[in-house]
Design a binder for this molecule. Structure first.
Ligand code: ATP
Ligand code: MG
Length: 399
């Protein structure tokens, strides 16, 4: 297993060989210095986007206007971004225009926090213009330059500070914290999708309770969708919590502690995808079912295997002595008589034949659901002859 920097070095080398400057930059350098697992390796360069495009074979122009292209190398993707200054964020969404510049120093200056304003060259030399290494040692989150200006330039940075506290367990430097509080009303103007991404990361951080403590003490939660209207809700969450992994899990956690606010409402206000919304709904249903009936076959049947881990994370957060394991859920799934209604050994046509005097209608679907549940729960065998026999004695109610 090669380390991520080794894998990406040929890209840096090619840029440098062609006379451009190029560095690893941002989170990857920070995480390397912290000895944390490295996520994406990002690259900053003096080469213009079209120059990068010409140099590499597989390039995806994801954000040419903002100077970013993706270079594909050995089945990995790397964001390669031209050194730039950010323009004004008039809509608090995207910088209006960016200006490409010649030095890494200026590029580092536009970055949010000192610990993220680090670059590293091909030889492993770290460029640290804002004492980011010292802040890494002191475990401090501090803005690059004047916090007031930096937070009003892009108020998302206020939420990013919380999520870095949650991921790294760092303290937010005093002045940075005061400036966050001062600028917090500006969060209202942000594109919600940007907030959702950061808040998801906040809830998944290894030090999530540190992030949540800041979220509460700064009252920044009062600027967030849904929480604005139900300010007591966040205080009713279990405390401490264990990290979650998706926004669907976050919604399920809140909805379980405050059922009056529906999943749909969360999903709309936070502009979630349908996938996240469905995940939240399934998880919430499973949690309520578990609370009422415990772990039974019907619960396992209704839950997508892909969200078993999420169900366990939430169960551990919400129920005392929750001992369900992934193995348990997988074993129960294997033992199920059917895995979907399509596997039922009887269908709508069979029912119509059995009750020729009844008109086609919703009773068919309802009756099949009843059979499905009985078969899943082991009250009935999934065998056509036996099902038909049972059906004779239990005809559908029609009125
Ligand atoms: P992660 O490992 O979670 O991806 P990261 O530090 O890489 O953390 P990203 O959101 O991927 O965070 O951003 C990459 C880098 O871009 C940051 O390290 C920072 O230097 C810069 N950056 C990102 N968003 C902003 C912003 N809103 N304002 C200023 N700089 C930013
Ligand atoms: Mg990143």
């Amino acid at each position: 297993e090669k380390n991520p920097f080794e894998l990406a070095k040929p890209i840096l080398k090619k840029l440098v060989d062609h006379g451009y400057q190029a560095f690893f930059v941002g989170g990857c350098v920070r995480d390397m210095l912290l000895d944390r697992p490295i996520g994406d390796v990002d690259i900053a360069t003096s080469a213009q986007p079209h120059e990068v495009q010409e140099l590499f074979e597989k390039v995806i122009p994801v954000g040419i206007k903002h100077g970013t292209v993706i270079v594909r190398h050995q089945h990995e993707s790397y964001e390669v971004t031209t050194f730039r200054l950010d323009g004004e964020y008039s809509d608090s969404r995207h910088p209006d225009d960016v200006e490409f510049i010649q030095t890494i120093d200026q590029d580092l200056k536009r970055r949010d926090f000192t610990i993220n304003a680090l670059a590293m060259d091909l030889h492993g030399h770290v460029i640290d213009r804002f004492a980011g290494k010292k802040d890494l040692e002191r475990r401090l989150i501090r803005t690059v330059g004047n916090g007031n200006e930096r937070f009003s330039e892009d108020p998302l940075r206020i939420i990013r500070a919380l999520r870095f506290a949650s991921q790294l367990g760092f303290t937010i430097e005093q002045e940075t914290l005061s400036n966050m509080i001062r600028q917090r009303p500006q969060i209202n103007g942000l594109a919600v999708e940007r907030i959702t991404t950061e808040v998801t990361k906040l809830f998944s951080g290894a030090f999530v309770n540190k992030g949540l403590d800041y979220l509460k003490s700064t009252e920044i939660y009062k600027q967030l969708p849904v929480m604005i209207e139900y300010p007591y809700m966040i205080k009713n969450l279990p405390n401490p919590i264990k990290p979650l992994q998706s926004f669907g899990e976050v919604i399920a956690l809140f909805h379980f502690t405050e059922p009056d606010v529906k999943v749909d409402r969360w999903a709309k206000s936070w502009k979630c995808s349908n996938k996240i919304k469905q995940e939240a709904e399934q998880l919430a249903n499973a949690l309520f079912h578990y609370q009422q009936f415990g772990l039974d076959r019907w619960l396992v049947y209704r839950l997508n295997t892909s969200i078993f881990p999420g169900f366990i994370r939430l169960g551990e957060n919400l129920f005392a002595r929750f001992l369900v394991t992934l193995d348990d859920l997988q074993q129960m799934t294997e033992d199920l008589a059917i895995h979907s209604i399509r596997e039922l050994d009887i269908d709508g046509n069979d029912l119509i034949q059995l009750f020729p005097e009844l008109k086609k209608g919703p009773w068919i679907k309802n009756y099949l659901s009843r059979l499905e549940k009985a078969v899943v729960n082991g009250k009935l065998k999934n065998n056509k002859t036996e099902l038909k026999e049972w059906i004779k004695w239990n005809p559908p109610e029609t009125n």
